[in-house]
Ligand binder design. Sequence first.
Ligand SMILES: O=C(O)CCC(=O)C1=CC=C[C@@H](O)[C@@H]1C(=O)O
Ligand SMILES: [Mg+2]
Length: 379
Amino acid sequence: MNIKQIKLHQLLMKMKTPFTTSFGTQQDRHITIVEAIDDTGRSGFGECVSGEDPLYSEEFMDASIIAMKKYFAPLVIHGEIDHPDDVWEKFKPFKRNNMAKSAIEGAVWDLYAKQNDMTLAEAIGGRKEKVDVGVSLGLEDTDELLLEKVKEKVDEGYKRIKVKIKPGRDVEMIRSIRDRFGDIPLMVDANSAYTLDDMETLKALDEFNLMMIEQPLAAGDLIDHAKLQKEISTPVCLDESIDSYEAARGAIELGSCRIINVKVGRVGGITQSKKIHDLAAHHDIPLWCGGMLEAGVGRLHNIAITTLGNFTLPGDTASSSRYWYEDIITPEVVAEDGVVEVSREPGIGSTVDFGKMEQYLQKTESITEADTVDMIFYD
Ligand SMILES: O=C(O)CCC(=O)C1=CC=C[C@@H](O)[C@@H]1C(=O)O
Ligand SMILES: [Mg+2]
């Protein structure tokens, strides 16, 4: 693939409104756009989705940038990469750092698709020409404020509504949504806010015919989630616990979940996402594509992975305008009545608009052939 340079465009974007989960509130979003450039000057783009702090997972953006600069960018420049699947093989000796790996690998996938005049969806093996999407709503100060947000998104036609919950903001809050909006497709995401000591609360949610309860218990846990799934009728969906193909295999074998939220960054990239997709399909475990408050590049990667057949549930890839006054891509992602058309243009589809990106750009760092993998151990 003759990758000659990697650029890390480090952005500071500000979401329209604060986003609150059980582990905190944020409005600023530090995002790194990875640009992989080949010997003809053609560029492929990926997005690093690490959080600003290690609250969702152990990864955080400052560390991911170091990992990309020190290891993963030089490895794809110096490595013989004929196909994007080769990237995971190069990265395998280096433990974890999945979001950093995924950002570099994603740029290689986009470049590969463009080099072969394919859409990213086609390169991945996806067939869908449009995908159903839902929307994720953070916690609001009051239930009434949340009900206003739910109405807004229901009126926009999103195929499912996801709301955050935490102890004290769960059963009665969900009851108010059901009372107001009836049996709309509704799910909750706890971001690990509960333990098995909260069994009564978690059982009480069975009353509301939720599509699923996402990550109720500790990140990384599979055993207690399997115990919980035996006690409740609401399908358990895992997010933070599924940080690898091996974790997905363990969760399926243990019965820890009936649904998996696949996040390309969390599992280490598109190649690993495809492996998990095929495993889940084999075991009749439906998938959907979660979000990490991405800018447009990450959104477009999420749409591409969602074109695979076993992504049968609406994901979190809402319109760019859900979070951003101005996204960094042209055209932006637009969900019409909860449906996003898959671009027919090569690669991710939209172009990365450097004019729009400029307003958010903090700095760009470049890795070239002169840079080698900087590590103590040698083969
Ligand atoms: O990008 C989106 O719209 C989904 C946002 C969202 O729900 C999440 C983003 C990042 C981490 C979590 O807080 C949460 C999730 O767990 O899915
Ligand atoms: Mg989640």
